[in-house]
Design a protein around this ligand. Structure first.
Ligand code: MTE
Ligand code: MO
Length: 547
């Protein structure tokens, strides 16, 4: 109990520091963050395959459980009279916390306060609760303090003598319980206060109050089709009318809302970056270094584009992919102003939390709509999607392009720097592969025989920036059948497709799908896993009708 309470009190004190110092976080966060950064890729893949996007919660829980285990060891030491060892272990835990902060970007003394104050408070609680002369071991009348006895692990009974055992034992217990209760109450109060104070560092309120200037250009830039780019006011029902979305039940909508958009990053807690503190530094192989504030950025011409973002970890048939309307400044315009020097073949972008990636300069500068995005689906970026500013580059997987909370862009040579995921076993180049996904039917689902004898098979296909020219399905390993394609504003978005299967036969079936990109190139049929450069292969779904 001493161990658990000292841990609890330490965490609560740390939480208070989090509420007092901007940018500080509970010691479990930097420690967990270090775990994320140093564990071998296989362990990470294992964790993701087991826990999916709950992996972060599991890691935080794991860190807390480890702390509780260490805490109970500490408590044991204290009770056994080995208080020096209990302090030493607590001190080391504090040091580990400080070291983890030190390893994070921008460590400051203030950010070290949570582990420092936390471990000091833990020690204080150990001192206050453990049996010792000045504390809980009650002096028998006329007797000497039982400090030496307690320290040597002797039973207080032997010191206090049989006559006083009952009283001193229960007095001791009562006093311990009182102190334990005090510590618990204080810990809860202090922790809650820290939580409340922390709220003022969060960007939710300023984000909600933010009015963004209108984009100067909402026209499609590449591969325009007959479908106009929907304007800021467009909602899904308008898209339906315009033909980007067939509106089929069970099929992901063409435009994914912010709340439904997948989230992938290494950040254990979402960075809170106030817009007025945000700076983007552009440096390296440029003629002029630039430093841009948020206000500077908003003064620039902004465009609005639907762009499909995909994660390299998205397996065939997976949902780590989405399409949103992004508003932002063309990165090319900003880089042109800085003057990219010849030979600067890599654009390295860095996040405030230290995450980084490298994209080919050619991809950013070739005229595609690579954006310094400030808005997603008509709202300022949600904090978890990179508020206040992130990168979005059509055609590249997120891990090599889509830096959230971006604060730094460095121009360098391709061979001079490898982004975060490259030494962790992922390919240095990450163009999005051509993939098609079946959303209807769902795997192993049973469907009633449709009343009009037409069974919709439908889903989405993407070859971001190359476009989708054709999608085919094969039912029960039959011939490839051409699907209908919905409209798209540009080749930078995914595309809904459907096959209206007439007179389906009752019973078990399966369906496969394959897509062709804008150049007519078919997606490869041989399956490949997500590592190192994205999954490939046909999505296949088994289902039954009228069974
Ligand atoms: N700062 C930061 N940006 C990041 C990442 C990250 O871990 N940290 N992950 C990238 C990856 S792997 C992907 S797939 C996209 C996902 O963006 P989303 O969470 O907005 O969908 O963000 C990219 N940007
Ligand atoms: Mo990703």
């Amino acid at each position: 109990m001493i161990g658990l309470l000292s841990t609890l009190a330490g965490l609560a004190a740390a939480e208070l520091m989090v509420g007092l110092v901007r940018g500080a976080s509970s010691p479990v966060v930097p420690v967990g963050q270090e775990v994320i950064d140093i564990v071998p890729p296989q362990v990470k893949d294992w964790a993701i395959s087991w826990f999916g996007t709950a992996d972060k919660a599991v890691l935080i829980m794991g860190t807390l459980i480890s702390l509780a285990v260490v805490g109970s060891v500490v408590g044991n030491l204290a009770v056994k009279g080995n208080r020096a060892a209990a302090y030493a272990v607590t001190f080391v835990v504090g040091l580990i916390g400080m070291f983890a902060v030190w390893m994070r970007p921008a460590p400051t003394l203030g950010r070290m306060l949570p582990p420092i104050v936390g471990s000091m408070v833990s020690m204080l609680v150990i001192w206050w609760l453990s049996p010792r002369d000045a504390g809980l071991v009650v002096r028998p009348s006329g007797g000497e303090p039982s400090a030496s006895a307690a320290r040597s692990g002797a039973n207080p009974e032997m010191v206090t003598g049989p006559a006083t055992t009952m009283t001193s034992g229960s007095v001791q217990r009562r006093e311990f319980l009182q102190r334990a209760g005090t510590v618990s109450l204080l810990a809860v109060a202090v922790g809650a206060l820290g939580r409340i104070l922390k709220g003022r560092f969060e960007v939710g309120a300023e984000r909600a109050a933010l009015q963004l200037p209108a984009p100067v250009d909402t026209a499609p830039a590449v591969g325009a089709t007959d479908l106009p780019v929907p304007s800021a006011s467009t909602d899904t029902s308008e898209l339906l009318a315009q033909g980007a979305d067939f509106g089929i039940d069970g099929v992901e909508s063409w435009a994914v809302s912010n709340g439904n958009f997948y989230r992938i990053d290494t950040a254990l807690v979402v960075p809170q970056v106030p817009k007025d503190s945000w700076r983007l530094r552009i440096h390296g192989m440029v003629d002029r270094e630039l430093e841009i504030t948020y206000a500077d950025l908003l003064e620039r011409d902004m465009i609005e584009r639907y762009i499909t973002l995909s994660c390299v970890s998205n397996p065939v048939g997976g949902d780590l992919v989405g399409n949103a309307k992004w508003q932002g400044v063309r990165l090319k315009d900003v880089l042109d102003e800085a003057g990219v020097q010849p030979g600067a073949t890599q654009v390295v972008s860095r996040s405030i939390d230290g995450w980084n990636c490298g994209s080919p300069t050619s991809a950013i500068m070739d005229g595609r709509d690579a954006l310094l995005a400030v808005a997603m689906n008509g709202e300022p970026l949600p904090a978890e999607h990179g508020y206040p500013v992130r990168l979005v580059v059509p055609g590249l997987y997120g891990y090599v392009s889509a830096t959230k909370w971006v604060t730094e862009i460095e121009l360098t040579r391709w061979e001079d720097f490898d982004g975060y995921w490259v030494p962790r076993g992922w390919s240095k180049e990450g163009p999005v592969k051509t993939l098609a996904r079946i959303d209807r039917p769902k795997r192993n689902a049973d469907y009633d025989m449709p009343g009009d004898a037409v069974f919709d098979i439908a889903g989405l296909a993407w070859a971001v920036h190359r476009g989708i020219s054709r999608v085919e399905v094969s039912i029960d390993d039959g011939v490839w059948l051409e699907c209908e394609l919905a409209g798209i504003p540009s080749d930078d978005t995914w595309r809904q497709w459907r096959y209206r299967w007439t007179d389906p036969t009752p019973g078990k079936h399966d369906v496969r799908v394959r897509a062709f990109d804008g150049d007519g190139v078919a997606q490869p049929s041989d399956p490949k896993a997500v590592a190192p450069d994205g999954a490939q292969g046909y999505h296949k779904v088994a289902f039954s009708v009228g069974a």
